[in-house]
Design a protein around this ligand. Structure first.
Ligand code: HEM
Length: 284
């Protein structure tokens, strides 16, 4: 063990009373496991800019972890009619999404010349294989069985993703809530094969119309509708900023994950999570 250069215990509180000796106390770094966290950036190239690339992805994954934490609880609260709690958590999810949207500004400081120097080190790895991103998509209702295949080699993630695929999404639980509040939702939307993607329904649109035409009668549900719209709005912005950053960094090269790259990501801009919340606006 290193010898302490400070000879007296009196020096333990010398900075405005702050504790300075952590040999027998939990410190900030202990609590946050900073040694593990700050040693998780393993650069595979000698290139300076790879650090930005790794930290950008790792911080995004950390924020996604929080989004999942909040969304899982939100779905649970909605299924238990705890709408105030759900709205509070959705607000936090939106703030985190805004943070993720903003973070593209940092990555877009990387030029194609810089990225191409370390890109070969990535081999076939790609955000396409982000387990947490797929889980968020599934919770938000963008279900697609084939997307769990990349995790077949890692049972824990595979099982978690399959469990999320099998459960009602945030929007499915929202429609059940609408039904419990007297709105007409078709039975086939209250109980269905949850692994299947959501298909828009005129009757669901009419239920939202009823809510949006009388906000004062359905204030909580109206607020929920707007909060979900905020969330999808931000998600779309994230996708747009991603594809734009990708285009400025790799142009129209294929992705390391094997897709057409920008072409693939542009198609994802058409994904709609809560369709009737958008179409209802035409009738107001
Ligand atoms: C210079 C930086 C980046 C480039 C060039 C890039 C490129 C790509 C490309 C080409 C794809 C399509 C799949 C493939 O063939 O690889 C993709 C997918 C994806 N990327 Fe990125 N990406 C970058 C940064 C990021 C960051 C910072 C994140 C944050 C986690 C991220 C998350 C994702 C996700 C989640 C997908 C899957 C999208 C979907 O399937 O809908 N990417 N990326």
């Amino acid at each position: 063990m290193m010898e302490c250069p400070f000879d007296s215990k009196d020096s333990d509180h010398l900075v405005d009373g702050a504790l300075l000796n952590f040999s027998n106390e939990m410190s900030y770094g202990d609590y946050l496991n900073l040694n593990g966290l700050l040693n998780s950036q393993k650069l595979l190239s000698m290139n300076h800019n790879e650090m930005l690339f790794i930290i950008q992805h790792q911080t995004s994954e950390l924020w996604m972890k929080l989004i999942l934490h909040e969304l899982n609880e939100t779905v649970h609260c909605i299924s238990n009619d705890q709408l105030c709690e759900a709205l509070k958590m959705l607000s936090r999810v939106c703030k985190v999404m805004s943070q993720l949207v903003q973070s593209w500004d940092v990555l877009s400081s990387m030029t194609p010349s810089e990225y191409s120097k370390f890109r070969p080190a990535l081999a076939n790895s790609s955000g396409f294989q982000s387990f947490q991103y797929r889980r968020i998509e599934f919770i938000l209702g963008n279900k697609n069985l084939i997307m769990i295949k990349p995790y077949f080699h890692f049972k824990d993630w595979f099982d978690q993703l399959q469990a999320t695929l099998n459960k009602p999404s945030l929007y499915d639980e929202t429609l059940r809530l609408l039904s419990r509040n007297g709105l007409q939702i078709p039975d086939s939307y209250l109980n269905r094969d949850w692994t299947q993607p959501y298909a828009p329904s005129d009757q669901v649109e009419r239920a939202w119309l009823q809510i949006y035409q009388s906000p004062e009668t359905y204030w909580d549900l109206y607020e929920l509708g707007e909060k979900l719209t905020d969330l999808e709005d931000l998600f779309r912005t994230w996708r747009f900023r991603h594809v734009t950053t990708v285009e400025r960094v790799i142009g129209f090269k294929r992705g390391t994950g094997g897709t057409s790259g920008v072409g693939y990501l542009k198609k994802k801009l058409d994904v709609v999570l809560f369709p009737e919340l958008w179409t209802v606006r035409t009738h107001l």
